[in-house]
Design a protein around this ligand. Structure first.
Ligand code: C5P
Length: 205
């Protein structure tokens, strides 16, 4: 069974995807980490993330490691949304994601284009969303708990920026697949959102 979970930043898609993977006993890939790993390399080498050729030349795409805790930083997320707009970066990461999705036994992947590009053939597709203020509040609390000094207003502005970039790029923009089930987590606890996700997957698969 292939489960595709897409949605904007801080919608809850990562938490939901991990819970689905546990529930259905499937391997899970957070595809945002791939773009974050590219951004992290570009940043470390002090390259310009808007320059597609530089990002492509700097990365060994088959060797990207996804365990560095620095990948979760907000600055890396912002830069990831810049490098992820480059078609050559997306192309370089495509095979690895498709392979993961189509491994024997199935998988859960979360990202922006899983249901539309990586696994249009997925058995179940969720599009997880929440209002921008709700997502900003969650992300702000998470950053505060990790000791980052940042205001709610700054987090909200960053989220709106990232939404705009992810939705308006020409290659694989963030979009709900026609056959994806929408799941609005704005007014749901984590437990309620996970329960709803499991029943939506069971209804589709
Ligand atoms: O999901 P996360 O916030 O970790 O993703 C970081 C950035 O990577 C996103 O803002 C988006 O631009 C990009 N991304 C993408 N396609 C995916 C996953 C992430 O373009 N499948």
């Amino acid at each position: 069974m292939i489960i595709a979970v897409d949605g904007p930043a801080a919608s809850g898609k990562g938490t939901i995807a991990r819970a689905l993977a546990r529930h259905f006993n499937l391997p899970h890939l957070d595809t945002g980490l791939l773009y974050r790993a590219v951004a992290h390399t570009v940043r470390r080498l002090e390259l310009d993330p808007t320059k597609e050729a530089d990002a492509v030349a700097a990365c060994d795409f088959d060797e990207l490691t996804l365990a560095d805790p620095g990948l979760r930083d907000d600055e890396v997320g912002q830069m990831a949304s810049v490098v992820s707009a480059h078609p050559l970066v997306r192309a370089a990461l495509l095979a690895r994601q498709k392979r993961f999705a189509h491994q024997p036994g199935g998988a859960v992947l979360d990202g922006r284009d899983i249901g539309t590009v990586i696994a249009p053939d997925a058995d179940a597709k969720l599009f997880v969303k929440a209002t921008a203020p709700v997502r900003a509040r969650r992300r702000h609390n998470e950053l505060l708990s990790r000791g980052k000094a940042i205001t709610y207003e700054q987090v909200l502005a960053d989220i709106r920026d990232r939404d705009a970039r992810d939705s308006h790029r020409s290659t694989a923009p963030l979009a709900q697949a026609a056959d994806a089930a929408p799941l609005d987590t704005s007014n749901l606890s984590i437990e309620a959102a996970v329960e709803r996700a499991i029943s939506l997957v069971e209804g589709q698969a």
